[in-house]
Design a protein around this ligand. Structure first.
Ligand SMILES: Nc1ncnc2c1ncn2[C@@H]1O[C@H](COP(=O)(O)OP(=O)(O)OP(=O)(O)O)[C@@H](O)[C@H]1O
Length: 475
């Protein structure tokens, strides 16, 4: 046998032995023993590697592990459940179900204070002995879950002493379902509040998926960055400008942001404010952790000019410079963790001073309904992901400018999804026909105008020809 043939034979024999060992391992070792062996191997590997890794199990004995529940809730809030990532529902002991937006085996990277923490969800099957009604013992298979948290070894202390306690603190602040958020409305120089029961969440908002995830990431980063804001000497606040046509979900997004952060909303009506001084007084009364919203900002202040002594007929009591001070003057630093949101239908009409970065950190366009937004809305209202009418409806949605509010309204008209979708389809077909008729009417009008113009030109020409002596000469 040549040396080449010998090498091939040895390699083949090693490969065959490895395959045999692998199949013996999987066929003859019970799953729970196998999982335990694999996790021991993993720990050993981690000891050798430069990674720190820990496993957080869903249960400690028979009780739910709080660290697991807190981490899972936290991770689920970071991943929007309508992303491509799989959605799972797991029941906790206390009968509260939690929508988990992580797929088993999928890794998720969370950046905390500039450090990357890697999470991975694992699932293993357990045989649980249960007692049947006929007094015979039977086996039931149940899933047990665990989360693996890993990072570079040098960040182990940060993970254990800062990151996990921060998650527990976040969870404690947000988990209490009895916390009712407040909506504050200003009247003269004080705030009055009502309970906020707006159901909007990032799952129910229909918008571009990537943009939605960017906002979630931005908010998550914002609430984690206290030290960062302190270190760069900036007030701990963030500004968002939401713009787009009416009925595209700007107000709903404000509510979703408040629900996500568990922050109260201060809905500031500038028409009610008696002047810049009162604006400051209102500002001082606001608490930390709040969302301040000024809706339709273009209608609230003189939008083009910073000088209050201009010649506008409308004399506002709050000037643009007063508002700019409110947003990021010295007074704005008297509290922390604030989100300031302006909404408008006409971004182009706003003074650039209002929009610059630092004041409005993100400009978010809320647009007309797209096919994916339509599917998001159908899922919200009817919990289905496929229907034979989707294709027809989506083709029309692509052609028309329909707001999500209009689509929502049609989807809500019936509990029967077939009836609701038929109604929506009919409405879209009519809208398309109307749009075509209008276009035709406009074309006809344009043609008529063109003909009138041509006739006028011809008449003028004839008139000129008659009066022009040169032309007479030529003839
Ligand atoms: N993007 C969306 N996702 C989910 N629902 C939406 C969306 N847009 C509109 N809706 C539905 O339409 C209703 C009206 O929308 P909303 O008031 O949020 O729009 P808006 O952009 O703030 O309108 P306006 O500019 O007139 O204030 C909402 O209560 C919601 O049911």
């Amino acid at each position: 046998m040549s040396s080449g043939q010998g090498f091939l034979a040895t390699t083949a024999s090693i490969a065959a032995s490895a395959m045999l060992a692998r199949s013996l391992f999987y066929d003859f070792i019970p799953e729970d023993v196998r999982n335990s062996m694999l996790s021991q191997i993993k720990i050993f590997q981690n000891l050798l590697s430069r990674e720190f890794s820990m496993v957080i199990h869903d249960k400690e004995g028979l009780t739910t592990n709080n660290v697991y529940q807190a981490s899972m809730t936290y991770l689920s809030s970071l991943v929007s459940s309508h992303s491509t990532q799989c959605v799972q529902v797991k029941q906790f002991d206390d009968d509260k179900s939690l929508v988990i937006s992580l797929d088993v085996g999928q890794t998720f990277i969370d950046v905390f204070e500039g450090i990357q923490f890697k999470w991975c969800l694992h699932c293993s099957k357990n045989n649980v002995t249960t007692k049947g009604s006929d007094e015979n013992f039977s086996y039931m298979v149940s899933n047990s879950y665990s989360l693996e948290l890993s990072c570079k070894k040098e960040h182990k202390d940060k993970a254990l002493d800062v990151y996990l306690p921060w998650i527990m603190n976040w969870w404690n602040n947000t988990k209490d379902q009895n916390t009712i958020l407040k909506l504050f409305l200003n009247s003269y120089d004080t705030w009055n509040s009502v309970n906020l029961h707006h159901p909007a969440t990032f799952d129910t908002i229909a918008m571009d998926q990537e943009l939605k995830q960017t906002i979630i990431d931005d908010l998550s980063k914002f609430i984690k960055c206290k030290d960062y804001y302190r270190s760069i000497g900036k007030t701990w606040k963030r500004g968002y400008l939401l713009y787009g046509p009416p009925g595209t979900g700007k107000s709903s997004l404000v509510a979703a942001i408040a629900n996500f952060l568990n922050f109260n909303i201060y809905d500031l009506d500038l028409a009610q404010v008696q002047g810049n001084l009162h604006l400051k007084e209102l500002l001082i009364q606001m608490t930390n952790k709040s969302v301040i919203v000024i809706e339709d900002i273009d209608c609230s202040i003189p939008i083009k000019n910073r000088d209050s002594n201009d010649s506008y007929n409308y004399r506002p009591k709050v000037t643009l410079s007063g508002l700019l001070n409110f947003v990021d003057g010295l007074w704005s630093s008297c509290s922390e963790q604030r989100i300031i949101i302006f909404t408008t239908n006409y971004k182009e009409q706003l003074d650039s001073a209002l929009l610059r970065h630092g004041r409005m950190d993100m400009h978010i366009y809320m647009g007309y309904c797209s096919p994916s937004m339509f599917r998001n809305l159908v899922f919200n209202y009817h919990h289905i992901e496929h229907h034979s009418l989707f294709e027809q409806i989506e083709a029309l949605i692509k052609e028309l400018e329909i707001t999500p509010a209009t689509v929502s309204e049609h989807l809500l008209r019936s509990d029967d999804v077939d009836v609701a979708l038929q109604g929506l389809l009919k409405f879209l077909q009519l809208s398309k026909q109307e749009a075509l008729d209008k276009e035709k009417e406009k074309e006809n009008k344009d043609d008529e105008n063109k003909k009138d113009e041509e006739k006028k030109d011809e008449k003028n020409k004839m008139k000129n020809d008659k009066t022009d002596p040169d032309t007479d000469d030529d003839i």
